[in-house]
Design a protein around this ligand. Structure first.
Ligand code: HEM
Length: 159
């Protein structure tokens, strides 16, 4: 993939991967534990602010990953087509796309459904169990992101 457009697409793809998965890791491993050391309701307010700023950035990363991913797939010599899994590269890409679909699905379910349910529910057991589900889904997305990175490394190894 020598030409400038392909290199630029690759750079955008890597950058979007770093910002999205890096952001999830930062929120889970740094921001949430740090916010818990802040007394009173402020921790919830801080996390609300952080999530409110990270959400749109993650949306742009997803759009960039899909657009540049399609570009790179189209340019990839090893790609044999969805219906013709003639080689390991295409099979690994299809497994990767299945995990990406799950990760994007979880992202928008949390952002468009679960977040609104949590906002509507009065405090109490119902709210905290929804918040726990939301946090566990973020952990699932970090695991999916890590698996996608492993498969992406396998793709470049197989190419
Ligand atoms: C969460 C979403 C995604 C992440 C984190 C991700 C991550 C990566 C990374 C890190 C690489 C570089 C691998 C390397 O050079 O070692 C890569 C390459 C690639 N990605 Fe993605 N990607 C994602 C989504 C997609 C999507 C949606 C597509 C296709 C529509 C795609 C297609 C590709 C292709 C074709 C390559 C080049 C593989 C090669 O070197 O032969 N990716 N991806």
């Amino acid at each position: 993939m020598g030409d400038p457009l392909a290199i630029f697409g690759y750079w955008l793809h890597l950058g979007a991967a770093v910002f999205w998965i890096g952001g999830i890791a930062f929120i889970l491993l740094i921001a949430i534990p740090a916010s818990k050391s802040v007394p009173g309701n402020d921790s919830g307010l801080i996390m609300g602010e952080i999530a409110g700023r990270f959400g749109p950035l993650a949306n742009w990363c997803i759009l960039l990953l899909i657009v540049t991913g399609i570009l790179m797939t189209g340019l990839a010599a090893r790609y044999s087509g969805v219906m013709h899994q003639d080689n390991n590269w295409t099979i690994v890409l299809l497994v990767k796309l299945a995990l990406v679909s799950a990760m994007v699905g979880i992202h928008f379910f949390r952002g468009l459904v679960l977040g609104r349910m949590i906002a509507r529910v009065e405090s109490g057991a119902g709210k905290s169990s929804l918040q726990k589900l939301s946090l566990n889904l973020v952990k699932v997305n970090l695991a999916l992101g890590s698996a996608i990175l492993l498969l992406s490394g396998a793709l470049s190894y197989l190419s």
